[in-house]
Every structure is written in C-alpha cells, then in structure tokens.
Design a protein around this ligand. Sequence first.
Ligand code: ZN
Length: 241
Amino acid sequence: MRVALLSDVHANLTALDAVLAALPAVDEMWVMGDTVGYGPDPSEVIARLHEKGAHLVAGNHDRAVATGEGLELFNEVAAEAALLHRSWLSADELAVLAALPLTLSREDVTFFHGSLRQPLWEYIFDAPAAAATLSISPTSCCICGHTHAPALFRLVGGITQARAIRARESYDLASSSGKLLINPGSVGQPRDRDPRASWALLDTRTGVTFERTAYDVAATQRRMRARHLPDFLVERLAIGL
Ligand code: ZN
C-alpha cells in the first residue's frame, strides 16, 4: 500500500493544496494530527482532507480547539489562535475534531500525534523518547508528528538510532532492520529552517521517502493578517521556524 503521510497541516490550505498537487497516486492518506490551530483556514482544511478520504488522528491543537482541553498548556499566541479557530468553526466541525481518535492502526503501522505514551502531548525529539514508544508499539512501524521536523528512528537489537533526513532520499522498511518511527514533518508550519511544506510517502512493503514542496507562503500570510492571527505566527512561516 502506498500512503501519503501528512502532519501538522495547521489550517494552512495553500500549503496543503500545494502538497496535494505534488502527490503521486496513493492508496491512502494518513494525517498525524494538528489539522487546525495557528493558520487561517481551519474549516477549508478539514473539508479538503475529508474530501480526500484522509484518515486523521487527534493532535493537541485539534483537541484544544474542539473542547478547550489543554488550552492552559499553550503559549499565548497558540492559545489566541486556538480560541479564534473555536469561534470560526461550526458546531459540526468542532464535533468532528472532538471525535478524532488518539491512535489508528493500518496493516503493520500505528500512527498518532505525539507518542504512544502520551498521544497528544509528548514530543519525540531524541532516541530515548523514540525507544520508549517503539518498545510498547504493537506494530513494527510507527508514525508521529507534533515536533514539526522530519525524523526517522530505528530500534534494532535494543538500540535506537536517529537517522539524518534528506529530502527525496528513500529509507528501507524491511522487518529485519527492526522497528521504525517516522515523523514526516509539518505541512503547514515547518520548524526546521526550511519553509517548504514537509511530508512523506510510505510504501508499506518497501520504504519511506521524505519530500518538500514549495508553496505561496505570502498568500497564507496575507490570509492570516486578514483574519487577525498573531504577527509572530505570520512571520515564522517565512523562515520555517
Ligand atoms: Zn503542531
């Protein structure tokens, strides 16, 4: 099965549409959470992903926008954006977000937003955190988001290694090479100093390829200003941080 891995779209419809235009034919689309929060177009992004038949899990922003849960843990600008989104979305859209599952499994893959220990909140930035999730995973492959930076961790013989990620490079998925944790990075708000949308293409029989897609950042920024989102959130898109 060929799968598009998208995460942390963060209501950035321009970035999402650029990625969808760049996608080859895939069997499924999996979204690792934070579909809303930060960006200008939460409603349109929810609709677009629904129209594409995407399988979504919940992120901390999705939950905060839907129910207010965890808002007190957000910094000021994130909370301001979440409250704006909450006021823009319909009751039906909020109900859809509130009902998103914390984890989903398809074939031999489990996906979630943060980690298996704390699906909404834990950041997997390093090998020890990756090992904690991989060691309790029922499947040999896991996919997460949340950090907004593409990453690949491999657990072989009790040792977890982080692999350096290069765009357009493929990494094999053979079961003999141990358990694997993939983070495709963020479509709508990358934070690895590359403003292009980050995503990945998974072939469940062979491997994963990380991709970057340029989009019209200025167009998203104009929409954000028009909708009175905080300046800090507008400006960070241009530098990818
Ligand atoms: Zn996020």
